[in-house]
Ligand binder design. Structure first.
Ligand SMILES: Cc1cc2nc3c(=O)[nH]c(=O)nc-3n(C[C@H](O)[C@H](O)[C@H](O)COP(=O)(O)OP(=O)(O)OC[C@H]3O[C@@H](n4cnc5c(N)ncnc54)[C@H](O)[C@@H]3O)c2cc1C
Ligand code: SF4
Length: 336
């Protein structure tokens, strides 16, 4: 591993300034992704700025019923919080489906959102990869494609975003609170970014995972007041029963009227795109439709009509469709 300096700033403003001034610096939270990438020489920062004590490690209730999750809240605490489990069970289930107990104790909310792709070529510095080394090519296009994207990919990169937590947050209409050198519209110059707009599709610049500018620090994630999110669920399909990333995952919440019609629904998919994929088309197709197997299948088909699978991951089409249907059927069962 390349030698590096370890520093910690006393304030968010000092950290933001330090990172903006040091071209080869990186924020360090739990380190469970960043330090692994440093061991592999994929990340080579000269300075690590520890941000764990700079942001809150608490989940606060706001006056309007929203929850504000500090960026330093460990994944374990987030999953175990009684308010999260009762009002947004999909989030607790998503976090618990990821990594291991020890990793979740160290991993933070901010770090989880910004973990990097698990594409094997990205993690192997001997192979071309546009995300790691722009312009070098994408080894996955002619290589191993099982884990790759079927939605929103580009000829530059077909990688998927690995976070389970982010998929649940996308379905829950969460907002990411950010502080940066240029300030924002909220108190203390806080920027507020809808979670669904935080991560990018790869386009021509797959090296950029998110819309964050250099030095911007995630300070919190806010969940809007619960509506029908108590009836929500996360379903993850993977090659092993534990300690594995999603081939496909679905986060969903469902509100069915007494007559059996879908009043409202939220669906997000994981393991299928460079970002957590909010299934807007599936949702649109379901609102006002009967809550039946046929409607669920048609909704999944409406979303997947825009998919462009690769030869090595075409199986994800049926897997994604079936996982959407199974998750919504589970929610129907739970609501009875
Ligand atoms: C064996 C293994 C299995 C795993 N399985 C899963 C899984 O199934 N599902 C899943 O979702 N995850 C899984 N993970 C990933 C794990 O969830 C992440 O490593 C973890 O959430 C990252 O959080 P961290 O606090 O350790 O981040 P770090 O590693 O400290 O940081 C990650 C990135 O975020 C940046 N960063 C951190 N905090 C901030 C902040 N506040 N503002 C701006 N930038 C910041 C860092 O600079 C770095 O670029 C697994 C990890 C391992 C090692
Ligand atoms: S899919 Fe993306 S991350 Fe993987 S090799 Fe291609 S460019 Fe790199």
């Amino acid at each position: 591993m390349k030698p590096f300096r370890y520093e910690h700033a006393d304030t968010v403003a000092a950290a933001v300034t330090a990172l903006a001034e040091e071209p080869e610096a990186a924020y360090l939270a739990g380190g469970t992704n960043l330090v692994d990438l440093m061991r592999l020489d994929v990340a080579t920062p000269e300075v690590l700025i520890d941000v764990r004590r700079l942001t809150s490690d608490r989940i606060e209730e706001l006056p309007d019923g929203s929850l504000r999750i500090g960026a330093a809240v460990p994944n374990s605490d987030l999953a175990a919080d009684r308010r999260i489990r009762r009002r947004y069970p999909v989030l607790s289930q998503a976090v618990l489906s990821g990594a291991s107990g020890q990793l979740r104790n160290l991993a933070t909310t901010g770090g989880n959102l910004l973990q990097r792709t698990r594409c094997a070529y990205f993690q192997n510095v001997t192979t071309p990869c546009n995300k790691r080394e722009p312009g070098s090519g994408c080894s996955a296009l002619e290589g191993y494609q099982r884990d790759m994207a079927i939605l929103g990919a580009s000829p530059s990169c077909v990688a998927t975003h690995p976070s389970d937590m982010a998929v649940a947050l996308a379905a829950l209409d969460a907002t990411v609170c950010v502080q940066g050198a240029e300030g924002g519209q909220g108190p203390d110059g806080e920027l507020r970014i809808p979670l669904t707009e935080l991560h990018r599709l790869p386009g021509d610049s797959p090296e950029r995972d998110t819309v964050l500018r250099r030095g911007e620090l995630i300070t919190a994630v806010e969940l809007p007041p619960p509506d029908f999110t108590a009836t929500s669920r996360y379903r993850k399909v993977r090659d092993r029963a534990s300690y594995a990333f999603a081939l496909v995952s679905v986060a969903a919440a469902l509100d069915v009227a007494d007559g059996g019609t879908v009043r409202d629904v939220r669906i997000a998919l994981g393991g299928v795109a460079h970002k957590p994929w909010r299934a807007w088309k599936a949702e649109e197709s379901l609102r006002g439709a009967p809550a039946t197997w046929d409607s669920f299948r048609d909704a999944a088909a409406a979303e997947l009509a825009q998919a462009e699978p690769l030869p090595g991951n075409a199986f994800k089409m049926a897997l994604a469709r079936n996982t959407v249907v199974a998750t919504l059927l589970d929610l129907m069962e739970a609501a009875r």
